[in-house]
Write a protein that binds this ligand. Structure first.
Ligand code: ATP
Ligand code: MG
Length: 139
């Protein structure tokens, strides 16, 4: 077991649908501590930079448009094995394939509009936390 930090984003559809409270409750009920939080309306450039790893994928331009279409809530969560535990709580990218009870199964409407982002490795978590937060903004 190791205490880790991970980055999560409640995406524009999650904010617009009013899922913020339910999702934060899921984090807290699962022993995640919130170490930073920030509401942002990402520019296309900021969303594109965040998902730059996907820039060659056919869905990239739609993903950038979606992620910059409205406000998002960006959080840093801390817990034992936070990276993999958050990914388990989120469920599969495609909500049709997500397990019962996962955040995406409950709230997502498509493989694109899937409500939540979570870092997929500890190394990427560090990079992603640094993308949004400086040292003074982390508690
Ligand atoms: P995230 O990185 O947001 O946590 P993920 O790791 O489950 O999601 P990725 O493969 O990293 O999935 O894709 C990033 C995001 O791009 C997805 O969450 C989704 O919003 C969008 N996306 C992924 N695959 C597709 C697809 N085939 N068609 C449309 N959008 C997609
Ligand atoms: Mg991903």
């Amino acid at each position: 077991m190791s205490l880790e930090r991970t980055l999560t984003i409640i995406k524009p559809d999650g904010v617009e649908q009013g899922n913020v409270g339910d999702i934060i409750q899921i984090f807290e009920k699962n022993q995640f501590k919130i170490r930073a939080a920030k509401m942002l309306h990402l520019t296309g450039a900021a969303a594109g930079g965040f998902y730059a790893v996907h820039r060659e994928r056919p869905f990239y331009s739609d993903l950038v448009r979606y992620m910059s279409s409205g406000p998002v809530l960006v959080l840093v969560l801390e817990a034992e094995n936070a990276v993999s535990r958050l990914r388990d709580l989120m469920g599969a990218t495609d909500p049709k394939k997500a397990s019962e009870g996962t955040i995406r199964k409950r709230f997502a409407t498509s493989i694109e509009k899937n409500v939540i982002h979570g870092s997929d490795s500890e190394e990427n978590a560090k990079t992603e936390i640094g993308y949004f937060f400086n040292a003074l903004e982390l508690v």
